[in-house]
Ligand binder design. Structure first.
Ligand code: NAP
Length: 291
């Protein structure tokens, strides 16, 4: 008798993005018919090649869905005061519903000050302390795009988190911590692991859901995963050949997991999609708050 090796369902972030983006386009058309075009301003300071690619993809995503988008590129010598003044002007611009400053910013600019300068009503990255506080307390706000995308991926396979044990590897403010809070909100029991966790495998082996958000290749290997677990790979790394890869040993883990996200083509495209969703929401909220 031959046995077919087990292989996990691949959660395709490109296909799911296409579906969600067509829903966004339809809502954009409806808003435009009422005289409002959702607008996103993207600010890039400096000429980091990676950041250039990210902002280009964000602006293209906007154009494809019928948004108004503005890309403001500044030389790395832009002062903090000048950047804050630009954000203030955009905060007051009625054609702009979402503002995003591509991080990292040059060292002479305080990133926290920049994030806090964005109006919470336009904080479509969900990084402002008001957005973080809203998530923490269960109030409406903007969810950070990457963990929001991960939640949509779980939703796409009808995964019910109630009563499940979720392990998040990584505790950054933009991925790990908000991810843990979103999983908690959906009634998972959540463990957060980080660089000071002494025995990562001890926790991951108990997990029904694992989110890897570290930025190191092969942080999660097949021996660390319980059979049937769902694995979401947020990591973006390069292998020896320079190819994009995640934190998870994809080929090994797919033999054990019940569902897994690939890199590329997984969480990455979902991040931009959720930015579009947040910008659309910002425009819809602005419309509803008009007197
Ligand atoms: P980060 O700020 O560098 O955080 C990494 C986290 O991993 C930290 O909490 C760190 O712990 C933890 N960590 C480091 N080594 C570890 C280890 N050996 N075992 C367990 N935990 C460990 O990174 P980030 O911004 O959250 O991003 C994480 C990864 O996701 C990166 O590869 C990034 O490029 C990628 N990313 C992808 C997207 C996307 O759209 N796909 C979006 C954002 C980020 P400490 O807190 O103790 O230092």
């Amino acid at each position: 008798m031959t046995t077919t090796p087990h292989s996990a369902i691949i959660i395709d972030g490109v296909a799911l993005s296409q579906k969600l983006r067509s829903e966004v386009s339809a809502r954009v058309q409806a808003l435009r018919a009422r005289g409002i075009t959702p607008g996103l301003a993207v600010i890039l300071v400096g000429d980091s090649p990676a950041s250039q690619v990210y902002v280009r993809n964000k602006v293209k995503g906007c154009q494809d869905c019928g948004f108004h988008s503005v890309l403001e590129k500044y030389d790395a010598s832009l002062t903090e005061t000048e950047l804050l003044a630009r954000i203030d002007a955009l905060n007051h611009d009625p054609a702009i519903h979402g503002i995003l400053v591509q991080l990292p910013v040059p060292k002479h600019i305080d990133a926290t000050k920049v994030i806090e300068a964005i109006s919470p009503q336009k904080d479509v990255d969900g990084f402002h302390v008001a957005s973080a506080g809203a998530l923490m307390t269960g109030l409406p706000g903007f969810l950070p795009c990457t963990p929001y995308g991960c939640m949509k991926m779980l939703e796409s396979i009808n995964y019910d988190l109630r009563g499940k044990h979720a392990v998040v590897i990584g505790r950054s403010n933009i991925v790990g911590k908000p991810m843990a809070l979103m999983l908690l909100q959906k009634n998972a029991t959540v463990t957060i692991c980080h660089s000071a966790t002494p025995d990562l495998k001890l926790f991951t082996q108990m997990a029904d859901v694992i989110v890897a958000a570290v930025g190191k290749r092969n942080v999660l290997t097949a021996d660390m995963v319980k059979p049937g677990a769902v694995v979401l790979d947020v990591g973006m790394n390069r292998n020896e050949e320079g190819k994009l890869c995640g934190d998870v040993d994809f080929e090994g883990v797919r033999q054990v997991a019940s569902a897994i996200t690939p890199v590329p083509g997984g969480v990455g495209p979902m991040t931009i999609t959720m930015l579009l969703v947040n910008t659309l929401e910002a425009a819809e909220r602005a419309e509803n708050s008009q007197p």
